[in-house]
Design a protein around this ligand. Structure first.
Ligand SMILES: Cc1cc2nc3c(=O)[nH]c(=O)nc-3n(C[C@H](O)[C@H](O)[C@H](O)COP(=O)(O)OP(=O)(O)OC[C@H]3O[C@@H](n4cnc5c(N)ncnc54)[C@H](O)[C@@H]3O)c2cc1C
Length: 353
């Protein structure tokens, strides 16, 4: 095996597909943990609506957004299946026209009413991001798995890596509950569980979500609405509503107060939805880092690469993460422009646990 990836979320899968395309023999080990972020996400592609401050992270997110159409087209072509990618634009309604970090186009209430009738009366207008959009992250995960399989990626499912073992300054192998796994190179894509294997500062930030069924008779929602709650209308007729952001560690399950907060905000954003049926509730753990930027690239070990800590934007950042990690493993030096993602920025030693 050339490369073993620990973690089969969107990051591990996207990196695996990119590396398998460059003729590498790739494997993915995944423990199937409850609360993986990838299938819990809303799938928004929202570098603008997220109001990222100007800087390298915003540029990185914008660059990934630009890669989405071609990346999706290739995946859908390879697998013959849809990812639900929809560059539908995002409206961020606001009760003041103060821009903050908004970079979109301001539209007043009258224009907003025309673009999206029925939003809460408190909104005086909205920031419009015509190039932001969404993907159905669950379908995309399925498509990525199919693409990886068709490229010969080997899956070790329901196996948990319990130790990364080093010898003479290199990673020698991985231990799971079942066995030892060996490869030339290893990639860490373990999301919110990263700190269980080594002391990188990546921590869980819990998010609860729910989905409503949009009645066929309801007016069509044409855009993502990024208000006090975000509302993501899927093409399959579901409306995804998110999300809480809770510093509670790994505490599984949805809670009464989580759902109450979400529903209250959602109904204030779009009152019409109050009688629509709830079809699902769920939760997941965002992989949060201290500066909210991912940890990517070289590690203290020459045959271990980091691809973790994508926090709120891992679905958006999947194509560019796959590209930069596969370029690096194909012999290119790590680009200076991406030094803001290197682990050294935290100024502490990294040790295996
Ligand atoms: C509620 C919510 C809403 C979100 N909305 C958006 C959004 O709209 N847009 C956006 O871009 N991003 C969004 N995100 C963020 C995005 O989902 C994450 O940044 C992204 O999914 C991270 O992917 P990942 O592959 O790193 O982690 P995960 O998807 O969590 O995958 C990590 C995988 O590693 C495996 N693993 C971990 N440790 C081990 C081990 N020791 N051995 C074996 N396997 C292991 C786990 O089983 C898991 O499958 C959201 C997240 C949440 C929770």
């Amino acid at each position: 095996m050339d490369i073993l990836i620990i973690g089969g979320g969107i990051i591990g899968l996207s990196v695996a597909v990119a590396l398998a395309k460059s003729q590498k023999q790739v494997g993915i080990i995944d423990g199937g943990f409850t609360g993986m972020a990838t299938t819990a996400a809303a799938g928004m592609l929202a570098p603008g609506a997220e109001q990222l401050p100007p800087g390298p992270m915003r540029d990185f997110c914008q660059a990934s957004l630009k890669r989405y159409p071609a990346w999706i087209e290739e995946l859908e072509h390879t697998t013959g299946q849809s990812t639900g990618y929809w560059p539908c634009g995002i409206l961020a309604p606001a009760d003041t026209p103060e821009p903050g970090h908004h970079t979109g186009i301001w539209i007043d209430r009258q224009e907003l009413e025309h673009q999206q009738p029925g939003l809460g009366e408190q909104f005086v207008g909205a920031w419009w991001y015509p190039d932001n959009g969404q993907v159905d992250n669950r379908r995309l995960t399925h498509v990525l798995r199919q693409a990886a399989q068709s490229l010969g990626v080997q899956f070790f499912a329901q196996e948990t890596v319990v130790q990364i073992v080093q010898a003479q300054g290199r990673i020698s192998h991985l231990m799971t509950h079942q066995t030892a796994h060996h490869a030339e190179h290893y990639i860490l894509a373990t999301g919110a569980w990263t700190h269980k294997l080594l002391n990188l500062p990546v921590y869980p930030r819990k998010g609860q979500m729910l989905a409503l069924q949009i009645p066929p008779s309801a007016p069509r929602l044409q855009h993502v609405i990024f208000g006090p709650a975000y509302l993501v209308p899927r093409q399959d007729g579901h409306l995804i509503i998110g999300a809480t952001s809770e510093d509670v560690g790994f505490q599984d399950g949805v809670t009464a107060s989580g759902l109450h907060t979400l529903l209250q905000k959602a109904m204030a954003t779009y009152p019409l939805l109050q009688n629509w049926p709830v079809v699902e509730t769920w939760w997941g753990y965002r992989p949060l880092t201290p500066d909210e930027c991912p940890i990517l690239g070289p590690s203290p070990w020459p045959n271990l690469t980091f691809a973790t800590g994508h926090y709120r934007n891992g679905i958006l950042l999947a194509p560019i993460t796959a590209e930069v990690i596969s370029n690096y493993l194909n012999g290119n030096t790590w680009p200076e422009t991406l030094n803001f993602c290197r682990w050294e920025r935290f100024g502490t030693n990294v040790e295996l646990l």
